[in-house]
Design a protein around this ligand. Structure first.
Ligand SMILES: Cc1ncc(COP(=O)(O)O)c(C=O)c1O
Length: 465
């Protein structure tokens, strides 16, 4: 297994090099040179594996044998040892057609922990093995930052800087990031929105001299290892639901989406052979991706602040990975389209390509009131408290699912992280102690204008200290 770029100008590289490169050096996104095909026999043999065993089985197709089995096993065990549920990602039955895949049992109560706790282990491993300095740089709409910081705080050889949009993350998300005391952590609170933070990060990774002088490493879903770690729970949840219902038919997955990272992991799982009917793409009112799936036009609209702030994203980094596959793995074409997107702010695909997209995806952009109503309804009807992102997934299932096909809807965060929305539903929730204790701690963060030069000044100070 080797890795190539969607823009075709990165030679074939190995697993650890792809992990360390993050964004492709040609500005594209790294993808496996071939998607491994998992036979029905092998799928069957995976049904009884524990979550950790399944991680190892799936990774074995991608790691090229570059990490000795024992080392990988140790990292996987350590990554999930902090999770509060022995199943890591348990599934809950809501009704005959709907199951929730709970992805929030990790240390920061959001699905990002599943990939980022592992990536923290892997960065620490590489730093020690290669005697390397690693300076992680990432942008967050709230959850990635908290989880990545948790994964590497205080780790030898590693520094981490996270940019978040000032005032546009929830209070708990902000506290999780900024109450960490370790000196290898820097939080930059940027005047602007998540797209501004992500653009600056991508510009810094694309500046190859800056990237190498400053030893930059990526934790955003531009990093293929993030995607790979997230494919595991698509397989795991399918097996749990199939065993519970006795039906090994295809299922839908409904996925709350911002950067197209998590849903791309689902697409990869499907391409590997998981029996998936539709991938239901749930957005909030920042619905560029919904419009793409319905009309074949990818064009950012006006930024909206919503009740699901972690999905307040207009430009979805991982979309390029999907375009690459749906348009026939043609790197030349992707180069042209991405250049066009940069100059004209829009990409359109042919009617024939659009019908391929619609065979695999359905989409629904969930309005603000619809999101709150879903939270209230599910609390009243099923006694289940959804966070506003998970509520978007459930609302999209109600709109696009059904027809006797089971939907597994991804519950991407714990409601305690987004009490602002829960309160608007008139619901009083009690906080887990790990979250309640954050409110008394002092915060550390540096406020910067949304100007690249100001971010660079702070970064150089931090990395060179
Ligand atoms: C709680 C939550 N749900 C959904 C998403 C969307 O995931 P993705 O950006 O991978 O599409 C995010 C992160 O951006 C999130 O934090």
């Amino acid at each position: 297994m080797e890795y190539i770029s969607t823009r075709g100008k990165v030679g074939k590289i190995g697993f650890i090099d792809a992990f360390m490169m993050g964004l492709g050096d040609d500005g594209g996104l790294l993808v496996p040179s071939e998607i491994p095909q998992i036979s029905t026999e092998t799928l069957k043999s995976w049904q009884e594996l524990s979550y950790q065993e399944l991680v190892l089985a799936i990774f074995s197709y991608y790691t090229n044998g570059e990490i000795p089995d024992e080392d990988l096993k140790e990292m996987v065990e350590a990554s999930y040892s902090t999770f509060r549920d022995p199943e890591v990602t348990p599934v809950r039955r809501i009704n005959d057609e709907l199951y929730l895949l709970e992805l929030f049992h990790g240390p920061t109560f959001a699905f990002k922990d599943i990939a980022l706790q592992f990536m923290g282990q892997l960065y620490t491993y590489v730093a020690a093995k290669q005697n390397k300095k690693i300076h992680i740089l990432g942008a967050t709409s709230g959850d990635t930052g908290a989880s990545a910081i948790q994964g590497v705080k205080g780790k030898e050889g590693i520094k981490i800087c996270i940019l978040h949009p000032n005032g546009k993350v929830s209070k708990v998300q902000e506290l999780q990031m900024t109450t960490v005391e370790e000196d290898n952590v820097l939080n930059l609170s940027v005047e602007g929105n998540f797209d501004d933070c992500q653009r600056m990060i991508k510009d810094l990774f694309a500046d190859l001299e800056f990237k190498s002088t400053n030893h930059l490493a990526a934790i955003n879903s531009i990093n293929f290892v993030r995607i790979l770690a997230q494919t595991v729970y698509y397989f795991y949840s399918y097996f749990q639901v199939a065993k519970a219902t006795g039906s090994f038919e295809k299922v839908n997955f409904s996925v709350p989406t911002g950067n197209f990272g998590d849903i791309f992991a689902g697409y990869l799982a499907k391409r590997m052979g998981l029996p998936v009917n539709k991938l239901i793409l749930a957005t909030n009112e920042n619905n560029i991706l919904e419009r793409f799936i319905q009309e074949g036009v990818y064009m950012p609209g006006d930024f909206r602040s919503t009740y699901s702030p972690s999905m307040d994203i207009q430009v979805a980094s991982n979309f390029e990975r999907y375009l690459y596959y749906v348009l026939g793995e043609d790197a030349e074409l992707i180069n042209r389209l991405m250049a066009q997107f940069k100059s004209e702010g829009e990409i359109s695909i042919s009617a024939e390509a659009l019908s391929r997209v619609q065979e695999e995806f359905a989409a629904h952009g969930v309005g603000g009131q619809e999101c709150l109503d879903t939270i209230s309804d599910y609390q009243a009807k099923y006694g289940y408290l959804l966070d506003p992102h998970s509520a978007c997934g459930v609302a999209a299932h109600e709109e696009c699912g059904g027809d006797k096909v089971i939907t597994i809807s991804l519950a991407t965060a714990h409601p305690a992280k987004f009490d602002e929305a829960i309160k608007l539903c008139g619901i009083e929730q009690s906080f887990p102690t790990e979250i309640a204790s954050l409110f008394n701690k002092p915060q550390r963060q540096v406020l910067v204008d949304g100007v690249l030069a100001d971010v660079v000044t702070e970064l150089e100070k931090f990395y060179n200290a």
